[in-house]
Each structure stands twice: as structure tokens, then as C-alpha cells.
Ligand binder design. Structure first.
Ligand SMILES: Nc1ncnc2c1ncn2[C@@H]1O[C@H](COP(=O)(O)OP(=O)(O)OP(=O)(O)O)[C@@H](O)[C@H]1O
Ligand SMILES: O=c1[nH]c(=O)c2[nH+]cn([C@@H]3O[C@H](COP(=O)(O)O)[C@@H](O)[C@H]3O)c2[nH]1
Ligand SMILES: NC(=O)CC[C@H](N)C(=O)O
Ligand SMILES: [Mg+2]
Length: 509
């Protein structure tokens, strides 16, 4: 990779989207919190400042250190980023009556400006701001306006700064892709060298030099991420890699056997560990979601550690951690908050004997799949729905018992097999069932029942960061609901989750 873009995050809900759009142009980028601007080397070609829920007028408004950037690299400020730059050079930003949320059209656009080459005169853009740049500092030139807002875009030639009030990263900004292309390629001079093939090559090289002749154990789950990580590592260090698949007692029905079987022909060295009693024992009576996650994270590491000791001289633990796991788990991104502690990131114990290596830590799920495809991993593995490491523990709301696990495994099995046999599995990004800590009254065979409620969830997504519920056919839902209630003892009611993410999340805990 010869070049990259740095995105400074001020906590906008769209920061991840900026990253995705940049990568869609085959340009690698990294998100950093606004208060941890990384060292710049010659590979960094430009900087994008994100939007923010804060106002530049707030007393505690986020303020970045840009001294070593401005004038040296092209900078694009988006919304808050643009407002911040304008204000910091003496411009005026006010909470004005001309707030804009949603669609707007450019009334004026200087399409001779490098940023707006090819952008059409009345191009539709997407706005989301309450503050408005009322006055620009000297040397700032307006390059776009809307009906309500005079400064929808500006350029500072002397400092190589561009600012835009609208969001080029959202799909509703129709020419956002073009605008980002102009910034990345024409203004920053990036080479479009970020591709699955280049990722595979450069990752294998850097794994080789990072790991040398060291031994590594990898947590293998049968999922997409750890399978891709395993193949990358296997190509880099061969038999110094041992994969460990843990049955934490919270897997899907028959999952343990199926997964072990599916890895048989991949040339990997895989060890299966039955740790059901350990996990279920420590989780007994625990009902707080974050506590469950932390316990599970810790136990996984204990099991990996134990297995590593048996192999001797193991120095590293590899995991299939990907970008969303990191983003949601820790507030690495400064102002964005911890949503939930993914077991493999936020759930790790403070002290660890093994050093962690995570070759996919900077990728989104769809990128991981593309990398897997590049390495010719079987479509059956790459097409699997994601399944969280804590497994059914975060789908059983409240405390966990072996009986609840068995019940939910049966429900999940009926649902997933139903999706498969009806040709719906591949149309859904992720699906599963939740066991609610709720009993409801029913009537079965003329008798009163007082039994559990389960919720089915099926979502569409590209990267797990945002998701929408799938409009599964009523006919299908009706048959599945019947089958579950008829076959699974203890369930007398099935509901379907129709919430998107945000505001909900995919898993219920
Ligand atoms: N049962 C397990 N045994 C060993 N390691 C696991 C297990 N479950 C999860 N892990 C580790 O935790 C990481 C994160 O889990 P996660 O579910 O996000 O990814 P995945 O299982 O590899 O892929 P997918 O998202 O498709 O399920 C995995 O990549 C793997 O390293
Ligand atoms: O390995 C994992 N360990 C975890 O602790 C964890 N929590 C959520 N997930 C998965 O991440 C994606 C987003 O989930 P949420 O919308 O529930 O945050 C979904 O695909 C979830 O299944 C996890 N995966
Ligand atoms: N999307 C944004 O960056 C918004 C910036 C600022 N909070 C405003 O309302 O104007
Ligand atoms: Mg998984």
C-alpha cells in the first residue's frame, strides 16, 4: 500500500461511512479520534475531518491539533469539520434559522473547482446541520451554495483546505462518490492500490516479518472472519499455526461437529475443545449483558492460554477481530461511545500471557468476504451468517441455564433450516432467535399454558454497522411460527423483530 487517507473522527454517526466510501475508491484509509492525530509519514496523502454531534459553539467542542497537517496535506472538512476550520481562522458560525436536515440542492456550484469537477448545477446533496457558517475568513472562497445556506462549500487555495456543509458520504448525496473521487485522486493524488489482492499480499508479508518463526494459536469459530484470518496466517507461517475451536456450550445445534467437519479439507491444524461446563458454570446466575460478555471474553482467553501451554513456546494469540468489533467495543474513536463489549475486544482481560495478532482488525465484513474470495475459500464458509462469539448467551436475555440453551438451539435450528429450505438464507445477512425473559399465557389443546416468548430476527446489512429488518414472507413466518410452537416444548408465542439498527442493535444484548 503506497498511500492512505486519515479520517479524524469527531463522533459523527457517519464517520464509518466516510471510510467505506473512501475504500470503495480502492484507497486505504484509517479512522482516528480527533484528539489522537497519528504521526504522518509519506504514505498519508490527505486528511478528512468528520461531522460531529457537537457544535463549534459548545464550550467543550472537540478541538483537534492540526498544526502539522494544514498547509502540508490537503484537508477536507465535512459539516462540523468545515464549520470548525472556518471558525478557527476567524469565520463566524452561528445557530441560525437556516438549519437544514435532509435533501437540498446546490443552487450554485463552481464546477471548475477541483473538488466539484463533473458535479452538476442543481445536484442533490444531504444536509444535517443546525449551525451555519455565516461569514468566512479572508482567503476562503465560496464554491457551493444552496437556497438556504450560502456557504455550502468553500476552498482555501493557500492552505489547500476544502470544506463542505453537506455529507458526501451518504447515498442521498447523489454525486458524493464523484466529490470524494475528486478529493482523493485529483486533489490528494492517491493511487487506487487498495484491493483484496494487494491486502492479501501485504498482510502475508507483514505477518511473516512480525511473527518470524514464532508459534501462534488462533481462535477459530467456523465463522467468516476467523476462517479468513486462519488462511492468511497459514499462508504466512504454515504449521506454526494451531487453530482452536472452543465449544463454550452456547453454539448452535450440531454446530461443533459441523464446523470441525467443514475444516477437514482446508489443510489447517484444528483442535476442538469442549469447555461447556466451564462457561456455563461461570455464567450461572449472571444476567447483566456486559458482565456476561466480559466473563466470556476472559474464559475464551483462559482456554486459549491453556491450549497454548500444551503446545509449548506459543507467543501469539490470533483472532478474527474486524473493524466493527473494535469500533463498538471501545471508545477508541474518542467521542463515539461504547455500544457493547465484543467478547474478543472489550471483553479481553487486562493481563494476558499471549500477544494478540489480528490481521483483519481494519476491515469491514464485506471486505473480509472479498479477501476470502480472493484466497479461494469456499463460498459455503464465506456465505455463512455471522454468529457472535458469546453465542446464545447474548440471545438468552437474563440468566443462562442449560435448559434455556437447549430450548433456544431448537428454535434457532427450525428457523435457520427453514430459511435454507425456502431459499431465503442467502438473501439474509444474519438471522437468529432470542429467548425473552417473559412468560405469556396461551392455550394449547384446550389447556392454559404459561410459557416462554421467542423473538425471531433477520436483518439485511453490508457490514453490521447499520442494518434493517428483512421483510420475510408472511407465509414463511407463519409456517415457522407454527413449527416452533408445535415442536419446541416451553414456547407458546413467537414474535418477529421489526427494528432497524440504529436505533436497535442486531443482537438483543
Ligand atoms: N467458539 C469459538 N472458538 C474459538 N474462537 C472463537 C469462537 N468464537 C469466536 N471466536 C474468536 O472471536 C473472533 C470474533 O468472533 P466473530 O463472531 O466476530 O467472528 P467470526 O466468528 O470469525 O466470524 P462471523 O462474524 O462470521 O461469525 C473470531 O474471529 C475468533 O477468533
Ligand atoms: O464475535 C462477536 N463477539 C461479540 O461479543 C459480539 N457482539 C455482537 N457481535 C456481532 O456483531 C454484529 C453487530 O452486532 P450488534 O448490532 O448486536 O452490535 C452482529 O453480527 C453480531 O452478531 C459479536 N460478535
Ligand atoms: N453533521 C454535523 O457535523 C453537524 C454539526 C453541528 N452539530 C451542527 O448541527 O451544525
Ligand atoms: Mg462468529
Amino acid at each position: 500500500m503506497q498511500n492512505k487517507i486519515i479520517i479524524l473522527d469527531f463522533g459523527s454517526q457517519y464517520t464509518q461511512l466516510i471510510a467505506r466510501r473512501v475504500r470503495e475508491h480502492n484507497v486505504y484509509c484509517e479512522i482516528h479520534p480527533y484528539h489522537h492525530v497519528p504521526e504522518l509519514d509519506e504514505t498519508v496523502k490527505g486528511v478528512i475531518l468528520s461531522g460531529s454531534p457537537s457544535s463549534v459553539r459548545d464550550e467543550n467542542a472537540p478541538i483537534p491539533q492540526l498544526n502539522h497537517i494544514i498547509g502540508k496535506l490537503p484537508v477536507l472538512g465535512v459539516c462540523y469539520g468545515a464549520q470548525y476550520l472556518a471558525q478557527s481562522y476567524g469565520g463566524v458560525v452561528e445557530a441560525s434559522d437556516s438549519r437544514e436536515y435532509g435533501r437540498a440542492n446546490l443552487e450554485f456550484v463552481d464546477n471548475k473547482s477541483k473538488l466539484f469537477l463533473e458535479v452538476e448545477d442543481s445536484s442533490q446533496v444531504w444536509m444535517s446541520h443546525g449551525d451555519t457558517i455565516m461569514q468566512l475568513p479572508d482567503g476562503f472562497e465560496i464554491i457551493a451554495s444552496t437556497k438556504d445556506v450560502k456557504v455550502a462549500g468553500y476552498h482555501v487555495a493557500e492552505k489547500n483546505i476544502y470544506g463542505i456543509q453537506f455529507h458526501p458520504e451518504v447515498y442521498h448525496t447523489i454525486q458524493g462518490t464523484q466529490i470524494l473521487y475528486n478529493f482523493l485522486i485529483d486533489i490528494c493524488g492517491c493511487i487506487q492500490d487498495w484491493s483484496p489482492a494487494s491486502f492479501v499480499e501485504s498482510t502475508i508479508d507483514s505477518l511473516k516479518s512480525q511473527l518470524g518463526n514464532d508459534k501462534v494459536v488462533l481462535g477459530l469459530s467456523g465463522g467468516v472472519d476467523s476462517s479468513v484470518a486462519a488462511i492468511l496466517l497459514h499462508r504466512a507461517i504454515g504449521n506454526n499455526l494451531t487453530c482452536i475451536f472452543v465449544d463454550q456450550g452456547l453454539l448452535r445445534k450440531n454446530e461443533y461437529e459441523n464446523v470441525l467437519e467443514s475444516y477437514k479439507h482446508m489443510g489447517l491444524n484444528v483442535i476442538g475443545v469442549n469447555a461447556k461446563d466451564l462457561f456455563l458454570g461461570e455464567l450461572k446466575g449472571v444476567s447483566d449483558p456486559e458482565t456476561k460478555r466480559k466473563i466470556i471474553g476472559r474464559l475464551f482467553i483462559e482456554v486459549f492460554d491453556g491450549e497454548a501451554k500444551k503446545i509449548k513456546d506459543v507467543k501469539w494469540l490470533a483472532q478474527g477481530t474486524i473493524y466493527p468489533d473494535v469500533i463498538e467495543s471501545v471508545s477508541v474513536n474518542g467521542p463515539s461511545v461504547t455500544i457493547k463489549s465484543h467478547h474478543n475486544v472489550g471483553g479481553l482481560p487486562e493481563k494476558m500471557n499471549l500477544k494478540v495478532v489480528e490481521p483483519l482488525r481494519l476491515l469491514f465484513k464485506d471486505e473480509v468476504r472479498r479477501v476470502g474470495h480472493e484466497m479461494k475459500i469456499s463460498p459455503t464458509i464465506l456465505g455463512r451468517h455471522p454468529f457472535p462469539g458469546p453465542g446464545l448467551a447474548i440471545r438468552i436475555l437474563g440468566d443462562i441455564t442449560p435448559e434455556k440453551v437447549t430450548l433456544l438451539q431448537e428454535v434457532d435450528h427450525i428457523f435457520i433450516e427453514g430459511l435454507k429450505s425456502n431459499g431465503l438464507y442467502d438473501k439474509v445477512w444474519q438471522a437468529g432467535a432470542m429467548l425473552l425473559p417473559v412468560q405469556s399465557v396461551g392455550v394449547m389443546g384446550d389447556e392454559r399454558t404459561y410459557e416462554s416468548v421467542v423473538a425471531l430476527r433477520a436483518v439485511q446489512s453490508t457490514d453490521g454497522m447499520t442494518a434493517d429488518w428483512v421483510h420475510l414472507p408472511y407465509e414463511f413466518l407463519s409456517r415457522i411460527s407454527n413449527e416452533i410452537i408445535n415442536k419446541v416444548r416451553g414456547v407458546n408465542r413467537v414474535v418477529y423483530d421489526i427494528s432497524s439498527k440504529p436505533p436497535a442493535t442486531i443482537e438483543w444484548e
